[in-house]
Design a binder for this molecule. Structure first.
Ligand code: ADP
Ligand code: TRP
Length: 331
């Protein structure tokens, strides 16, 4: 049985990008694999949340995981900081990671560009902690969206380096995973190519959005003035609407609007109404379970407690073995 590991940072509510890029795969994978899914709260500290925000975001994500279909009976669901062994593994790995290679990571360079006032060391070492998450459970597969490809590649590099230095094929080389075989990137409602809460709140449809909120957001989505001749290429914003429709609507619906576009007869208002209806139908059952779970504090706590125990067990085994391989042995 393959081992699977993945996490999402608790920086706000989960959106459809998180769902299609990550969570949907978590839900499918829990059926036939040994899965460890976590809430990456240590990772989210690079953005300096307030203690209260951090706490409520962790709780929200845990609720959203379960509401979307993660089953604590099938998968181990835990909060990253409940398993502090990850910090030890991160430290041990970091001794063979080079500052230069971390400085060349695309996500780090992007952060330096965007937030020059907060280039903290946690941002630089982010890929090491992420590798530690994955290697701590000796995972084979890591369900993530396309933006995480480079981090996965680094995880393989670090694992391979460890194996080579200690002449021991200890870590497996984990691969990024998506059921549809290609990693996905869900675009935003604001014309941007990635739906992202960190970039633009308005680009997102959240699993916790009520139906009227979804309708309002979709009707305000960016489009253009419409094609004027057959075969005209789509602008990014319109391409986004089609891609979002592909994710949530039926193939017939998609084909209908595609034809309307090609014939220059498309009315974006109609397309958005349909998209809003299909997104609502998609999100509503999850939204309703979120509301229910918000009232079940004891259950949520129990899931986190039991998940932490199982994750710590798996982590303790790896740490013990890694210490032995490195030569850290009790007298
Ligand atoms: P955000 O970019 O909104 O801050 P995260 O970085 O916390 O989201 O992403 C958590 C997971 O969701 C990762 O596996 C990431 O690849 C995936 N993900 C995020 N946004 C998208 C998107 N627009 N399309 C596909 N996957 C995404
Ligand atoms: N880096 C991921 C993101 O930004 C979150 C993450 C942290 C992760 N550790 C991980 C994903 C381990 C998969 C496996 O979304």
């Amino acid at each position: 049985m393959d081992r699977v590991n993945s996490g999402i940072r608790p920086t706000g509510f989960l959106h459809l990008g998180n769902y299609f890029g990550a969570l949907r795969n978590f839900i499918k994978m829990q059926e036939e694999n040994e899965c460890f899914f976590f809430i990456a709260d240590y990772h989210s500290l690079t953005t300096h949340p307030t203690p209260l925000d951090l706490q409520s975001n962790v709780r929200n994500i845990l609720i959203e995981y379960i509401a979307a279909g993660l089953d604590p009976e099938k998968a181990t669901i835990y909060v990253q900081s409940d398993v502090p062994q990850v910090c030890e593994l991160s430290l041990l790995l970091s001794m063979n990671v080079y500052v230069g290679e971390l400085q060349r990571v695309a996500s780090f360079k992007e952060k330096v560009r965007r937030q020059p006032d907060n280039v903290n060391a946690g941002l630089l070492t982010y890929p090491v902690l992420m590798a530690a998450d994955i290697l701590l459970h000796r995972a084979d597969k890591v369900p993530v969206g396309k933006d995480q490809e480079q981090h996965l590649e680094m995880t393989r590099d670090f694992a391979q380096r460890f194996n080579r230095i200690y002449k021991h094929e200890y870590f497996k080389l984990p691969v990024a995973y998506n059921f549809g075989s290609e990693l996905v990137k869900i675009p935003g409602l604001d014309g941007s190519t990635k739906m992202s809460k960190s970039d633009n709140e308005n680009s997102c449809i959240y699993l916790a959005d009520a139906p009227d909120v979804i309708r309002k957001k979709v009707m305000k989505a960016v489009s253009d003035s419409g094609p004027t001749e057959p075969g005209q290429p789509k602008t990014q914003a319109v391409e986004n609407l089609f891609q979002l429709m592909k994710a949530v609507s039926s193939p017939d619906t998609l084909q209908y609007f595609e034809e309307q576009y090609q014939n220059c007869a498309i009315r974006y208002g109609d397309m958005k109404k349909q998209l809003a209806a299909d997104m609502t139908a998609f999100v509503q059952p999850v939204y309703e379970r979120i509301l229910e779970l918000r009232e079940k504090d004891d259950y949520i706590r129990k899931v986190a407690r039991e998940g932490a125990e199982r994750a710590r067990e798996s982590a303790a085994k790896t740490i013990k073995e890694v210490r032995e391989i490195i030569g850290i042995k009790p007298f």
